[in-house]
Design a protein around this ligand. Structure first.
Ligand code: XMP
Length: 317
């Protein structure tokens, strides 16, 4: 019978046997998989695991600082790399979603390789690959193939010519969570909604500017915090805000405004392949609309996305 406790013990022994006293480098994303994988490797080899956490400027509000702090608190040997300007610079004027993804994926690899090259005697690359990633990357069609090819650290090994350490390779997501709980990973990591590798870049329709990122981060923080306060966060599979490339007329006091619209998205799902829009209470949506419009400068309209997948997708790009 599979138990998290037995898995943890066995896996730590396996990693010790595989890696010995050599060194492992690994990229962290703030997500469940890379965090649990890193902690398992850390338990096996301690300070010989070197982690890199990149700020691409497209994370949620305060996410970089908070997550980096949590990693340090866990005792991980982690280096935070602020690469915001590099990403903003290369994304400047780019509005095609697939181009955005390619640029972000390429820059991520560049930054990671550059940082890894500063470390000496690295023999292994750690990865949070889970079983569905393994299946998806060998199947031929279907949306998830494209999804995985974009980011998720998937392009690293061929380029870097290192042996892989992938402790979660045969686990499903719920098993990863159970293992995470077993080794004491905080619920903040384990219960977190999925978040796409390209981050807010694919939630800002059209070209990205630092101002738009800041605006969306504010709206998103209000929405996510609101979901938590209302006890709705754990009831939806994924939620987020989308900044539309549309300005519309509004009034504030005696003034006519001409500002942006934010769409709220929340879905229920089991695997992200199909999804239903979440039937959030009207009162909650009304509060979110008020809070966002009152508190975020530049936004004067909020809409709720009532499309399911298929035929819509969860993200808008
Ligand atoms: P869609 O929009 O295809 O999203 O319904 C399904 C799930 O995949 C996530 N997603 C991505 N994840 N890189 C990622 O790592 C991507 O380019 C990407 N695009 C979509 C999306 O957030 C949802 O959880």
């Amino acid at each position: 019978d599979w138990t998290p406790a037995a898995f943890v013990q066995e896996t730590i022994e396996k990693i010790k046997a595989q890696v010995g006293d050599k060194r492992v480098v690994m990229a962290l994303s703030g997500g469940v998989d890379s965090t649990v994988a890193a902690e398992l490797i850390h338990k096996a080899i301690g300070k010989n695991l070197f982690c890199i956490f990149v700020d691409n400027g497209l994370l949620r509000k305060n996410e970089y600082e908070t997550v980096l702090e949590s990693y340090k608190h866990m005792g991980l040997n982690v280096k935070g790399v602020n690469a915001r300007d590099l990403f903003y610079g290369q994304l400047d004027g780019v509005s095609d979603p697939e181009k955005k993804r390619k640029i972000i994926g390429r820059l991520f690899i560049e930054v990671f390789q550059h940082e890894s090259a500063q470390l000496t005697d690295i023999s292994f690359l750690g990865q949070g690959t889970i079983y569905p990633d393994v299946i998806e990357s060998v199947s031929v069609n279907g949306p998830s193939v494209t999804i995985k090819s974009h980011h998720n650290v998937g392009g690293l090994p061929e380029k870097m010519n290192m042996q892989l350490v992938e402790p979660l390779r045969f686990l499903f997501k719920d098993e990863v969570r159970r293992v995470g709980r077993e080794i004491g990973i905080s619920d903040v990591f384990l219960g977190r909604h999925p978040f796409p590798g390209p981050g807010l870049a694919i939630r800002i329709l059209g070209a990205i500017t630092p101002d738009k990122v800041a605006m969306l981060q504010e709206a998103d923080a209000i929405y996510i915090e609101g979901l938590r306060e209302a006890g709705l966060y754990d009831k939806v599979w994924q939620a987020g805000t989308i900044l539309l490339p549309v300005q519309s007329v509004g009034v504030m006091g005696d003034e006519r405004t001409y500002e942006f619209t934010v769409a709220l998205r929340a879905v229920t799902s089991t695997d992200g392949m199909t999804a239903d829009w979440a039937h959030l209470p009207y009162e909650f949506l009304a509060k979110m609309s008020n809070d966002i419009i009152n508190r975020v400068k530049g936004i004067n309209r909020v809409v709720y996305d009532i499309s399911s997948k298929p035929p819509a997708t969860i993200e808008w790009e």
